[in-house]
Design a protein around this ligand. Structure first.
Ligand code: ADP
Ligand code: MG
Ligand code: MG
Length: 317
């Protein structure tokens, strides 16, 4: 869409993955490499999208992908992401659950329609949600229950950002920024040796209003918030992170979580899982993980940094 060439970097922005995707290349300003990054993202979207009727996941969810009984033969790429999804489902003991698709397909946070799903339909859909019904062995995906459907939306952007980073490294790029709608990967640092400046966005405010700015080198920064895909009905905010036990959005003290990690798929998985766990348990989980930091923002605009954050990541205005 827009391609701007400045002295510092080349950049391109496009709407993909139901969000705004921007990539900046600093040290190697090669248009072909930049284009290929977007081709890679499109290729993965065509596998992982829950809603695109041509995607591999859509075919599996509809039961029209190659299968024998309830065993589906799936691509390496789909199997790899499902493996991450099962890992986070297990880590969250079901607070995070990639079999949430029968529920998420009943909610609509993007159309501007403020309508709740029919409660009976929702209750019925809940009976299909349980990651323990999913078994993955190599390229074979087997469901214990007919009607199981997957939603990989909580980890796909992080995973894809990691793949773009991998491609850039293979092309000898050492300084780049990949932003898949808030799943940010900083590759290296700026060519002049300074870090990337990543803003912590103020929830519900304009895009460019920041609470603080972080100095980031070679890390992923993923933000999950309830202020981008949501609607308000009778004073209640309904957003897109759903409690698999109830079928309704989680209601806790949080409005935004930012995770700083090495791999973006982990940042993405953890941002959604921590939302499900809430402030206290979320902070505890982050503390238990090496080289992983987080900022939790509550509804009262209180900011909580995970242990070690302020010693590791430089903040400024
Ligand atoms: P964003 O899509 O804004 O980056 P997240 O990374 O937090 O936000 O992912 C939210 C998405 O995850 C939802 O749109 C839905 O596709 C999926 N999802 C919602 N609730 C759950 C859940 N409890 N477990 C796993 N995935 C979920
Ligand atoms: Mg996520
Ligand atoms: Mg995400």
């Amino acid at each position: 869409m827009h391609k701007i060439k400045t002295n510092d970097y080349i950049t391109k922005t496009e709407l993909l993955l139901n969000t705004v995707v921007t990539i900046n290349l600093y040290d190697k300003q090669d248009e072909d490499i930049l284009e290929e990054c977007f081709d890679i993202i499109r290729k993965y979207e065509a596998i992982y999208s829950r809603t695109m009727e041509s995607s591999e996941l859509y075919a599996v969810n509809q039961g029209i992908a190659p299968h024998t009984g309830l065993t589906y033969s799936i691509s390496d790429q789909l199997a790899d992401l499902i493996e991450y999804g099962l890992y986070y489902s297990e880590l969250g003991q079901g607070a995070f659950d990639i079999s949430i698709a029968p529920i998420t397909s009943l909610w609509n946070f993007t159309s501007g329609i403020t309508q709740l799903p029919d409660p009976i339909t929702l209750q019925n859909a809940l009976t299909y949600v349980n990651y323990r019904n999913i078994k993955l062995e190599g390229n074979l995906l087997t469901y214990a229950k007919k009607g199981t459907q997957l939603d990989l939306g909580a980890i796909a952007k992080g995973y894809i950002a990691d793949r773009v980073k991998e491609y850039l490294i293979s092309m000898d790029v050492h300084s780049a920024m990949i932003n898949l709608g808030g799943n940010i990967v900083c590759l290296g640092e700026k060519p002049d040796g300074t870090p990337f400046h990543i803003g912590i966005q103020k929830p519900f405010a304009d895009r460019n209003e920041t609470l603080a700015v972080m100095d980031i080198r070679d890390r992923s920064v993923v933000t999950s918030g309830i202020y981008e895909r949501f609607f308000v009905l009778d004073g209640i905010t309904y957003h897109h992170i759903i409690n698999p036990k109830t079928g309704y959005p989680y209601r806790n003290e949080l409005i935004s979580i930012t995770i700083i990690s090495n791999a973006s798929v982990d940042g993405d998985g953890l941002s959604t899982l921590c939302f499900a766990l809430g402030l206290e348990k979320g902070l505890e989980l982050i503390k238990s993980l090496p080289d992983t930091y987080a900022i939790f923002i509550t509804k009262d605009y209180e900011t909580y940094y995970s242990e070690g954050f302020l010693d590791t990541i430089l903040l400024h205005d």
